[in-house]
Design a protein around this ligand. Structure first.
Ligand code: ACO
Length: 427
């Protein structure tokens, strides 16, 4: 990490100079390159943004070398143990935990905006009934921008708050409907007596003719899943939302872009991929074969749920989720052979030179699939659950960005194509 007393210098045949360092509250300093092109005519080259701080943000801090994740300064382990998801939503959006009657007021707002316009339900009928829930969510969340566009002024802080709450409040019914539609079950409405997590569970699993009885162990486990996935600073989907939002685009459309980015197997789609992989491995005896494949560079197989762009140590969320997975399986009396395979796989991989050298540890997705499966979620809903939780992060970053008035984002490139040439003469 550069010391704050060192100013990075650079030179080539035509230009030379030095650049100032800027520091955040905690974490590495950053070289401020904002004037690099205007003052020196050169660009910074950082494909994949591995060394680029794309913005200032006061929401979430990740220290990947030490396995630390803080939401507004609070460690994720403490929030997962003591807070409710609704408190975490408030914290991420507003910067502080709710005090006095702020939480009850916030819950009322979330409930007030939780219903979907009945016309939105007709969008679902346009999809094939076997469509992937993420495909449906990209479409339906984007379509919400058609409902709330003319009435919203992104320059008005009150309108922004309302749009933010609408997105978070409507997402449980939107996600649940992408599942109930696929199985042909009528969609239930939010229940004013239930909290955010329980409400989603009843809309997802409740039957139209019977009262849904909330299992407190499952409800708490789901609340924890939501807390753990709520935000993770400038990941691919959040950066997508910020980039889209920098043009002043409608927030519902921006979040639809975030959902599209989250869907990929290298990001939120990994939890689904982990279960598929564990199924394929099939038994503890086959683990060495799977590990050999993961290490073989001529084979595209990767150990899903292992490795992380930022964490080069344990992902702190994976420990919390492993505890919840065991708790729920025990509570439900489920003896899942996939859990045994996962735990053995983790144990063996963490002693394997290949994984140790490359600092590949289990990430949050390694156990979340097992937990969601035990709770009754079909595999293709795993990433939709992630999207439900991450909406809070996307919305919080959207609010932060709108408050800054920082103009449209426009990355540059290192052009490696043909130099200028003339169109060939046809004669
Ligand atoms: N299995 C086998 N080898 C791996 C794995 C893995 N899961 N992950 C990384 N490696 C290897 C790479 O082949 C590379 O080896 P090399 O140095 O010999 O070429 C080395 O480790 C570094 O890999 P990178 O791809 O540079 O690591 P990066 O930080 O870019 O990738 C990523 C992170 C995409 C998450 C990767 O680890 C991966 O594909 N993991 C599996 C998918 C997954 O679990 N994604 C969920 C991420 S968490 C989330 O989105 C919530």
């Amino acid at each position: 990490m550069p010391s704050k007393f060192v100013t990075p210098t650079f030179s080539n045949e035509t230009t030379q100079g030095s650049l100032p360092l800027v520091e955040g509250t905690i974490g590495p300093a950053a070289v401020d390159i904002q004037t690099l092109f205007t003052n020196h005519g050169i660009l910074a080259f950082d494909p994949g943004f591995r060394s680029t701080a794309s913005c200032k943000s006061a929401i979430t801090f990740v220290d990947g070398d030490n396995g630390v994740l803080l939401y507004r300064g609070y460690p994720i382990e403490e929030l997962a143990e003591h807070a409710s998801f609704t408190e975490v939503v408030y914290l991420l959006m507003h910067g502080e935990l709710p005090v006095n009657d702020q939480l009850s007021g916030f819950k009322k707002d979330l409930l007030y905006y939780s219903l979907l316009h009945d016309q939105v339900m007709s969008f679902y009928r346009g999809f094939r009934r076997d469509a992937h829930p993420m495909a449906v969510m990209v479409g339906v969340v984007g379509a919400l921008s058609a409902f709330y566009h003319d009435s919203m002024d992104t320059q008005n802080p009150e309108d922004r708050q309302r749009a933010a709450i609408r997105l978070i409040a409507k997402m449980p019914m939107l996600a649940a409907a992408s599942y109930t539609y696929s199985i042909g079950r009528p969609q239930r409405y939010p229940n004013s007596q239930l909290d955010y997590a329980s409400n989603f569970l009843q809309m997802m699993f409740g039957l139209p003719y019977r009262e849904y009885v909330v299992d407190p162990v499952l409800a708490r486990a789901f609340d924890v899943i939501l807390i753990l996935h709520a935000d993770h600073e400038q990941n691919a989907s959040t950066s997508t939302v910020r980039l889209a939002a920098s043009s002043g685009a409608n927030p519902f459309a921006c979040v639809a872009a975030g959902i599209a980015s989250l869907w990929g197997p290298a990001h939120g789609g990994a939890n689904e991929a982990v279960l598929k992989m564990l199924h394929e491995i099939g038994s503890v005896e086959n683990i060495p074969k799977a590990l050999a494949r993961a290490k073989d560079k001529s084979d595209s197989f990767r150990l899903m749920g292992f490795g992380h762009r930022i964490y080069k140590n344990f992902d702190p969320r994976s420990r919390v989720i492993q505890v919840q997975a065991k708790k729920v399986l025990e509570h439900l009396g489920i003896d899942d052979p996939l859990l045994e395979i996962a735990m053995r796989l983790e144990e063996i991989a963490l002693q394997d030179e290949y994984f140790v050298e490359r600092k590949l540890y289990p990430n949050v997705d390694f156990y979340s699939g097992i937990l969601l499966r035990a709770m009754g979620f079909p595999t293709n809903m795993f990433t939709a659950v992630f999207a439900l939780a991450r909406t809070t992060g996307w919305v919080s970053h959207w609010l932060e960005l709108q408050g800054e008035n920082h103009g449209i984002d426009r990355p540059r490139q290192l052009y490696v194509g043909s130099p200028r040439r003339s169109y060939p003469s046809k004669s």
